[in-house]
Write a protein that binds this ligand. Structure first.
Ligand code: THU
Length: 131
């Protein structure tokens, strides 16, 4: 699967985002070594702090389907003029399973930028940090 196709999968999740409060749909798609894709959307809540981001929805779907390893890339698609980079909580959760992940951040017009998770979360705290 190409980067463009993965980004497209992330954009397709906008139609199921539940965003009555922010009106800002976000989609995410995690690609694995064996070609599986786990998608996610943001799901908001009237108790705002209970909202979950698209990235963490995708992470939880992968892990709960028994897939914890071999994640090669995540695409994140927002609707704004800025590239939709993952929030701090999502960076931390991604680091647990895929510290060497490629991150593709797309904006509303489809343009995107790439960074490594290591660049986005330098000196991250992960399973190895616990000794
Ligand atoms: N959001 C995500 O789903 N992922 C991000 O990377 C940034 C923010 C969501 C949370 C909330 O539903 C909305 O976008 C506005 O913050």
């Amino acid at each position: 699967m190409t980067d463009r196709e993965l980004i497209q999968r992330a954009f397709e999740m906008h139609r199921v985002s539940y965003v009555p409060y922010s009106r800002f749909p976000v989609g995410a798609a995690i690609l694995t070594q064996d070609g599986r894709v786990f998608t996610g959307c943001n799901v908001e809540n009237a108790a705002y702090g209970s909202t979950i981001c698209a990235e963490r929805t995708a992470i939880l779907k992968a892990v709960s389907e028994g897939c914890r390893e071999g994640w090669t890339a995540i695409a994140i698609a927002g609707q704004g003029a800025d590239f939709c980079w993952p929030c701090g909580a999502c960076r931390q959760m991604l680091y647990e399973f895929a510290p060497e992940l490629r991150v593709l951040a797309a904006r509303g017009d489809g343009g995107y930028q790439e960074a490594s998770l290591e660049q986005l979360l330098p000196h991250g705290f992960g399973p190895k940090s616990l000794g």
